[in-house]
Design a protein around this ligand. Structure first.
Ligand code: GEK
Length: 246
């Protein structure tokens, strides 16, 4: 077996709820790249957005950072003085590897990596908050509180980047996009068994919502401007800006 290659669901097994454990952390770059259409584009664009929205003397939060891909992209494009990146994940194996990656990168801006639930984190003086495919793993009833907390902790002119897998209101479109996503995974080398076992493992762990659900929650929190900047099949990334008068 090729080192770092995701083969977690390649053999028939009793399916347990998906967890971000050692086995997942070990193959995570391969897993996310082969599972999320546009992942590399999304991560690089997050970096570019940080470059555009960073403010002096402020903080950038990467909530659900996994191995730190978005934090590293942010650090690459960050061009303001006295900015700190705070990367948070509640999976100890992810955090352990994230610390190694961020240390090796030697970022000019400090990157602090915290092992904690994003719900326990204080958000303050934030110019950018990144949730790149993380909110979908929180219980639906916990999502409004974290979005409200992010809005309150953002500086005027601050930006939330929220990437999520989406459900679609129209059942025909929903089935089509799921099918296209499965084809994307097949073309990336996943077998039917891997696709279906992973789907079962994620069933109760990742609860996805529609674009309209997210938009309403963000607008209720106070974000006047909510836009979809990326979409491929049922994967999307939104930006929500806190205007000075919000
Ligand atoms: C990337 N953003 O590569 N608190 C903290 N972390 C959490 C929580 C929580 N409540 N729930 C889940 N996580 C990354 C990819 S992966 C997306 C994000 C995916 C963490 C979890 O441990 C995992 O590392 C991450 O959120 C989700 O840009 O695998 O589809």
């Amino acid at each position: 077996m090729q080192a770092g290659k995701d083969a977690i669901y390649s053999h028939p097994q009793a399916i347990e709820p998906f967890r971000f454990d050692h086995a997942v952390a070990e193959v995570f770059p391969d897993m996310i790249q082969r599972s999320v259409p546009g992942y590399a584009t999304i991560v690089d664009t997050i970096g570019q957005l940080v470059g555009r929205f960073a403010q002096e003397d402020s903080q950038i939060y990467d909530l659900g950072c996994s191995l730190g891909a978005a934090s590293l992209a942010a650090s690459k494009y960050l061009n303001k003085n006295n900015c700190k990146i705070i990367a948070v994940d509640n999976s100890a194996p992810m955090v352990e590897r994230c610390r190694l990656h961020t240390k090796a990168f030697k970022s000019p801006s400090p990157i602090e990596v915290l092992c904690d639930d994003v719900q326990n984190i204080t958000i303050e003086r934030a110019c950018v908050v990144i949730m790149n495919f993380t909110l979908q793993f929180l219980a639906p009833q916990e999502r409004t509180a974290i979005i409200n907390k992010i809005f309150a902790g953002l500086l005027p002119g601050g930006l939330l980047i929220l990437s999520e897998k989406l459900n679609h209101q129209n059942p025909i479109t929903q089935d089509l996009l799921i099918d296209l996503h499965h084809e994307f995974k097949r073309r990336n080398g996943y077998s039917e068994l891997e696709i279906s076992q992973k789907r079962s493992a994620l069933e109760d762990v990742m609860r996805i919502e529609t674009f309209e659900n997210h938009q309403q929650r963000l607008q209720k929190a106070g974000f006047q401007e909510v836009s979809l900047w990326f979409k491929c099949f049922n994967f999307a990334s939104l930006i929500a800006i806190k205007h000075s008068n919000d």
